[in-house]
Design a protein around this ligand. Structure first.
Ligand code: ADP
Ligand code: ASP
Ligand code: MG
Length: 409
């Protein structure tokens, strides 16, 4: 079997844990499997590097920032390879440029374009365990990029897809995907099996246990993903194609996301082309706008509110301020202390009652809803950040997620 494994930051957080991971990999080798490992930086390292840069200058250049933060994974991958070698298991650490893992030029949130497999196959044939630095890539010009926070998951699934691995195991500090973040909801339950689509919604809505692009890759290339703990042998959560039994669950999870900020534009001229003028430059800057609400006003103007990642907040404000006089926006205002709480479930397709119930639960807890968005299988509400935990727990309980799954109909 060819197994791709990914170990997150906590799993390689110190030398003892690195040894623990090495022992785990050794067991797979003893069973005769080929193993390709992707590692994150040691816990806290990426944050530490980012903070260093931001202490030095207010807005570090994205290219240099990627040069800096990519080093975290170089450290952990080489240490893990050393540990394995010392145990008598030949291993080799590889950085993105050595494979290469080619990406586009969007520093800080680059997308993987191509992964060459020749070098990896060669090394595997020699009997090496490959330890690949996650999170990083290389552009056509040879510049180092990173894939965005949590991006090692994406490296792992993309490599599993490229190599046609039998499974991609994501080893982390929880033993699977839960009905809500177990750190916030102690009563959350582990989900044994979840569809790519539901996992995609959970991930996009904030369940950071899997990075969203990793789920996109898994879905497109049908990579079976197994999310499990690096501290136990318990089976975790299988992320696979949807089947009959999954359809019946009304709500499968509650998520929250505190990483977005809100921007409101008041008194925007209400005529064709204005939205395009506003959102064109934002898209060109590689900024992903999430929710958008536009409300018409009696005076022929409109108010517009939208959300962007917090990391893009200042940049987006600057962009709209630049457009302000050209377009004629009366007032621009924004807030960073918001959170988005969502409920996700394949069974809520065509179930209007679910939304009403969600609004009721929030209302009963005195939580005001600022924005709402829905898709076939999720409903999200933007609320004040300070109510995040209260909202998540209340929704988890109201939809019966601490008990057996609710059935449709
Ligand atoms: P790693 O460093 O291994 O990539 P992450 O911190 O990125 O780990 O992801 C694991 C964390 O995701 C858990 O510690 C947990 O707090 C959080 N999490 C959020 N939502 C969920 C969920 N629905 N199920 C499991 N974990 C979740
Ligand atoms: N080290 C990177 C981060 O902290 C990537 C990852 O851990 O997946 O975001
Ligand atoms: Mg992660």
């Amino acid at each position: 079997m060819l197994v791709v494994q990914k170990y997150g930051g906590t799993s390689v957080g110190d030398l003892e844990r690195i040894r623990n991971v090495a022992r785990r990999i050794a067991k797979y080798r003893d069973e005769g499997h080929d193993v390709v490992v992707v590692v994150s930086a040691m816990a806290g390292e990426t944050d530490r590097l980012l903070q260093l840069a931001h202490e030095l200058v207010e807005e570090p250049s994205p290219r240099e920032l990627d040069m800096l933060v990519a080093t975290g994974e170089q450290v952990s991958s080489s240490l893990l390879a050393m540990a394995l070698n010392a145990m008598g298991y030949p291993a080799k650490a590889l950085l993105a440029f050595q494979i290469p893992i080619k990406t586009d030029e969007l520093f800080g949130k680059a997308r993987i374009r191509d992964i060459a497999t020749e070098r990896m196959r060669e090394e595997l044939k020699k009997g090496h365990v490959l330890i690949i630095a996650g999170f990083q890539g290389i552009t056509e010009n040879g510049d180092i990029t990173t894939l965005g926070r949590g991006g090692s998951d994406t490296t792992a699934v993309a490599i599993a897809a490229a190599l046609g691995a039998d499974v991609c195991e994501i080893f982390t500090d929880v033993d699977g995907v839960y009905t809500a973040d177990p750190r916030i909801v102690p009563k959350a339950r582990k989900i044994a099996k979840i569809s790519y689509d539901e996992m995609l919604e959970l991930a996009s809505m904030g369940a950071k246990v899997l990075e969203i692009r990793s789920v996109e890759f898994a879905k497109i290339y049908k990579v079976p993903v197994h999310v499990r703990s690096s501290f136990s042998d318990e089976p975790g959560t299988m992320v696979v194609e949807e089947d009959e039994s999954m359809e019946k669950v009304l709500v499968s999870g509650v998520t929250y996301n505190r990483n977005e900020a809100r921007i409101s534009l008041y008194g925007v001229p209400d005529k064709p082309g204005v939205a395009a003028k506003i959102f064109g430059p934002i898209a060109d800057a590689g900024i992903v706008v999430d929710m958008i609400i536009q409300t018409g006003r009696p005076d022929g103007r409109a108010d517009m509110t939208f959300t962007v990642p917090k990391t893009d907040y200042k940049n987006t404000l600057r962009l709209v301020e630049k457009l302000s006089s050209e377009i004629g926006i009366e007032k621009i205002e924004g807030a960073e202390d918001i959170a988005k709480v969502s409920i996700v479930g394949a069974g809520m397709r065509a179930h209007p009652g679910v939304a009403a119930k969600m609004f009721n639960v929030l209302a009963n807890h005195g939580i005001n809803i600022h924005m709402i968005s829905t898709s076939e299988i999720k409903i999200s509400c933007v609320i004040d950040e300070k109510y995040t935990e209260l909202a998540v727990r209340a929704l988890h309980e109201a939809f019966g997620l601490d008990r057996e799954p609710e059935q449709e109909g």
